[in-house]
Design a protein around this ligand. Structure first.
Ligand SMILES: NC(=O)c1ccc[n+]([C@@H]2O[C@H](COP(=O)([O-])OP(=O)(O)OC[C@H]3O[C@@H](n4cnc5c(N)ncnc54)[C@H](O)[C@@H]3O)[C@@H](O)[C@H]2O)c1
Length: 331
């Protein structure tokens, strides 16, 4: 297996490091020659070029990894697929559902892997959370809320919904195994006309499950936190914690018929807080290994194109709601 990477900027350089360490990196393309000098100096033996076509046309390269600005994801992914390569593209898969559908359909028809860099699904803490939910440890899931806020990195190809939102939306789809039926979002642009810096989005799933996502690159705090409230237990996933990423609260409210006239029908239970020991590996390393495995086995990874497409559908519905002052939009 050999991999070529297009785009080695702020995030792409981490992909370069991981694929280099996994001993499958052949070449890196970036239009910025300063970036290429850094790659050449740090990762000896890796070919560098300013022309992505060199990667597309290299018969030894099976997989193309794309970490350019989001506006180029569709064009470069499509070109790589047409050249017969498997593709791992950074999130979001594309900047419209139509483009995403085109990529997924083309990959499927031509038996190519298309995988989206929804990093959080390769996080061992999120994987543990998924196992807990699947095993029914939390009981019925009532609701969740997440915050992904900090100061910078301010983008202009996409707003905070399309830049940060893919993480939280992909986590929700993965954990609860369903797509929300409708979303409602409000947000505002302060720094650049038309590019929203802050978003508050509510997701409504089947049954009574509800979620809220707060996203911003214009915030004094750096927060990466997800709280899930279930009928049996409550969980907080805090990615800013170095080791104690997951805290499981044995807390809840039991609703039962009162046995006496004085007794209330709600009993509050406050039990222990459990912090599981998680064998944490770098999520990006897990992600890169998943791409290599998918290329070898031809089995779709957890963040295959179809998952990326579902994420786009939620984001597109969020944008429509934003454009209509928060009116709920059905997916
Ligand atoms: N998974 C994550 O947690 C995560 C985190 C940050 C960024 N990202 C994603 O990574 C992607 C890149 O973001 P970034 O912050 O690294 O941006 P960046 O601007 O720092 O890097 C992009 C790189 O692409 C290069 N480039 C631009 N056009 C090119 C072209 N036509 N051919 C070759 N190279 C080209 C640029 O020179 C630059 O080096 C975005 O899609 C972003 O959403 C993902």
């Amino acid at each position: 297996m050999k991999v070529g990477i297009i785009g080695a900027g702020y995030w792409g350089i981490n992909l370069v490091r991981n694929f280099y360490q996994l001993k499958v990196l052949k070449a890196v393309a970036d239009v910025d020659t300063n970036v290429l000098s850094k790659v050449k100096d740090t990762f000896p033996g890796v070919e560098v070029t300013t022309d992505p076509d060199v990667i597309f046309d290299d018969p030894e390269i099976n997989g193309v990894v794309i970490a350019t600005p989001a506006r180029l994801h569709f064009e470069l992914s499509y070109k790589a697929l047409r050249k017969g390569k498997d593709v791992m593209v950074e999130k979001p898969l594309a900047l419209s559902v139509k483009e995403g559908e085109q990529l997924v359909a083309f990959a499927e028809k031509n038996n190519r892997i298309i995988m989206v860099g929804h990093l959080m699904l390769y996080h061992d803490g999120i994987r543990r959370l998924k196992d807990m939910i699947k095993a029914g440890e939390l009981g019925d899931i009532y609701y969740f809320y997440s915050q992904r806020v900090n100061l910078g990195k301010i983008r202009s190809d996409e707003d905070a919904l399309w830049s940060f939102g893919p993480h939280d939306v992909s986590i929700a789809l993965y954990l609860f195994d369903e797509v929300p039926q409708k979303v409602s979002a409000v947000g505002a642009a302060y720094l650049q006309p038309g590019i929203r810096d802050v978003i508050f989005m509510t997701l409504y799933f089947a049954g009574n499950l509800m979620g809220h996502i707060h996203l911003s690159w214009l915030d004094p705090h750096k927060i990466r936190k997800l709280t899930i409230v279930g009928s049996k237990k409550m969980v907080v996933f805090d990615d800013m914690e170095r080791f104690e990423k997951l805290k499981i609260y044995d807390k809840g409210v039991e609703v039962r018929p009162p046995t006496t006239y004085e007794e209330g029908s709600m009993a509050i239970r406050v039990g222990d807080i459990h912090i599981p020991k998680i064998d944490l590996r770098e999520p990006l390393r897990n992600e890169c290994m998943a791409f290599i495995k998918a290329m070898e086995t031809r089995d779709p990874p957890v963040t295959a194109g179809e998952h990326g497409l579902q994420v786009l559908r939620v984001l597109a519905a969020g944008t429509e709601s934003l454009n209509h002052e928060g009116a709920p939009v059905t997916i």
